[in-house]
Design a protein around this ligand. Sequence first.
Ligand code: HEM
Length: 179
Amino acid sequence: MKGIVFTEFLELVEDKFGLEMVDNIITSSTLESGGIYTAVGTYSFSEMLQLLTHLSENTGISIDNLLLVYAEHFFSVIENSYPGLLATYNDPIEMISSIENHIHVEVRKIYPDAELPTFEVVEKTENSLVLIYTSSRAMHHFGLGLMNKTFAHFNATATIDLQKIKEDGTEVRFVINKN
Ligand code: HEM
């Protein structure tokens, strides 16, 4: 997992819960990195999972909800860091249906070692989209948060239904209907 995901996460944790919480979740985890991340580095996903788990235990907020809120913050990082990629699109359905064959393809050019999910387009109309998310990291709520903000970016809203195909969340169906 790329360092930018860690640096932005810890910044958000500091913002919302304070530096003491950052220190707490780092020291209660077993981290190969020692909890020191650089934006361009690459770190084990298990480090993120430990940080999330300890934050969840300390705050009583579920990992899914933490990932949802984090993704909504991460979208603004994307807006600031990759404005050109977003400017390619003028419609949220077009953008979300292009993650697999364009957006994450570009991401992989920037970070060849990025660990990305797959988003298979199953059905697409002007105002609706059905996608299958697959990833061993089960970060579907991170995807949900990014989708929410994608609609907001285009001054639109949507009803997004998340259906787990596999209980462990490694395969999930997203049914998206633009309002
Ligand atoms: C992961 C970039 C749009 C869904 C990531 C990562 C980056 C990235 C850098 C982390 C990879 C790693 O840590 O190794 C971008 C950029 C985007 C974009 C630059 C837009 C310009 C989206 C959108 C979605 C999405 C719109 C929404 C469906 C995800 C998910 C992950 C991810 C769910 C987590 C990894 C996983 O589930 O396995 N993306 N992304 N991305 N992205 Fe994107």
